[in-house]
Ligand binder design. Structure first.
Ligand SMILES: [Mn+2]
Length: 484
């Protein structure tokens, strides 16, 4: 039916006037395909290009990038491609973090070029009448100049005329290899530069900039973490009455989006029983058996900034002694590693500390055998954490040996993943536990951004046992949650 309707529209040429006014809400404000202070005053203040991030901040990001680039070099960053689910059905679009960080543009199809002489030059997609009818308005060259504050802007169809001269006049080229597209990589000038080793990966530099967060970015990181905590708490309460992985996944996504998140940071991990020992378990299709633990690793994205936290609990409301023994070890490791967070230490050092603690603890419990390192690596092959920001594994070009600085956000996520097939005491088989918090490095130490989410056994048990029993409606649930 959709295709038929589209064909009908194609034949109508007298549509033009109507199309001009086919804006987001009305003709009163200019629609540029993403929220602006004029169209979405509930989200943005005057002077902000994306919520909480001002045009001055975007300009200073570009200035700092140019300061880190060698003289006479050029940076090329393409927008993320639009991926299709099938035929005309796109997946929800998510902008590449580098492109968003430097331009503020949340839409596909553009190529941003940044040089010491040119400033920001944005090549923008051109829309046909048909595009506007079917997708609505999107940002073009006008928006690039007026909203994103580019120094120059051209339709993308002019790129092959303009970019080669910019490339020829530069000594070195840096580009975002993740989103590289033939539109510029197949230009003769680009290929020539590549053949003589003049083309480099830009992400070393952008990750350096994105590693330390500004006050405005930290505000968004705190909000994103807070939304994820509230959503996970609601989901935890929900789990007693609805112990199904799929329902808990749906619940956490609903609660995040109801609090303003645009999307999840990743597909929620909801692993019941032995499924929790699969680190990036994604099926979420099983019923959680009475007495089994459930591990949930979730995060959402708020205006470009993500959260990431994990909790493990028993939906029935109490832990067995075996579960509690392992849980205590992971919790103690989580707390000790958080205390180590401060400027000057590194993820690697914290990781090494966590390995020592877990090795000792698991040995005491009697899980590890003679070849203890080999066994340990089977039960926990993960790092204690990673950097967090616009991407879940943020600034991945920055080494885990790098001394931490104030303004860097990391995760602390010790865990134990014992598969059902584990060659060890039967009572430990099929248990997975992860307790993950987000930690901001401050001048004097740290701030736990996910601190509002309970992790003590007695707190979680009290929440589940004093709240959920006998409750059946959403309104009752919300009332009790608000007072707990
Ligand atoms: Mn994580």
């Amino acid at each position: 039916m959709q295709i038929l309707f589209r064909n009908l529209l194609r034949r109508k040429t007298s549509f033009k006037q109507d199309v001009v006014c086919r804006a987001y809400s009305s003709c009163k404000f200019l629609d540029i395909g993403q929220p602006t202070p004029a169209t979405h005053p509930q989200l943005l203040k005057d002077g902000e290009i994306t919520p909480s991030i001002t045009s001055e901040e975007y300009i200073s990001r570009r200035k700092r990038l140019l300061e880190l680039l060698p003289e006479k070099s050029l940076a090329i960053i393409a927008a993320a491609p639009q991926k299709m689910m099938t035929d005309v059905v796109p997946y929800t679009y998510r902008q590449d973090a580098d492109y968003l960080y430097l331009t503020g543009c949340q839409q596909p199809g553009g190529v941003a070029v940044l040089g010491h002489e040119s400033g920001l030059c944005m090549f923008m997609p051109e829309q046909t009448t048909h595009d506007i009818v079917w997708q609505g308005k999107s940002a073009g060259t006008d928006a690039a100049l007026k909203t994103f504050k580019a120094e120059q802007s051209y339709p993308i169809s002019k790129l092959h005329e303009i970019l080669p001269n910019m490339i020829k006049g530069s000594s070195r080229l840096f580009h975002n290899m993740l989103t590289a597209i033939p539109t510029y990589t197949e230009l003769e000038a680009f290929q020539k530069a590549a053949s003589i080793g003049k083309v480099k990966d830009l992400s070393n530099i952008t990750h350096e900039l994105r590693w330390v967060k500004s006050p405005a970015e930290l505000k968004l990181m705190r909000e994103s973490a807070s939304i994820a905590c509230q959503a996970l708490l609601q989901t935890m309460l929900h789990s007693k009455m609805h112990p199904y992985e799929g329902m808990l996944s749906a619940k956490v996504e609903y609660e995040c989006k109801m609090r303003g998140a645009q999307r999840m940071a990743f597909n929620p991990v909801v692993g019941g029983g032995p499924n929790a020992s699969v680190i990036h378990y994604a099926r979420n299709d099983q019923k959680i058996r009475d007495g089994d633990l459930v591990l949930m690793d979730v995060g959402c994205e708020l205006h470009g900034y993500v959260s990431d936290l994990s909790r493990t609990w028993s939906p029935c409301g109490s832990l067995s002694s075996v579960q509690e023994e392992l849980y205590d070890l992971i919790l103690q490791t989580n707390k000790d590693c958080i205390k180590l967070c401060r400027p000057g230490t590194s993820i690697r050092k914290i990781h090494n500390n966590s390995v020592e603690m877990l090795l000792k603890g698991l040995e005491e419990i009697g899980i590890l055998k003679d070849d203890r390192i080999k066994y340990y690596n089977q039960l926990n092959p993960t790092s204690i954490g990673h950097y967090l920001g616009m991407d879940v594994h943020d600034s991945s070009m920055i080494s885990y040996d790098r001394p931490l600085k104030p303004g860097v956000v990391i995760t602390i996520e010790p865990g134990i993943y014992i598969p059902s097939s584990f060659d060890g005491p039967e009572r430990y088989q099929g248990i997975g536990i992860r307790i993950e918090d987000e930690v901001l490095i401050t001048k004097t130490g740290y701030e736990v951004l996910t601190g509002s989410m309970p992790k003590e056994v007695k707190h979680i048990e009290s929440l589940l046992n004093n709240y959920s029993f006998g409750m059946s409606t959403e309104s009752q649930s919300n009332m009790t949650a608000a007072s707990s």
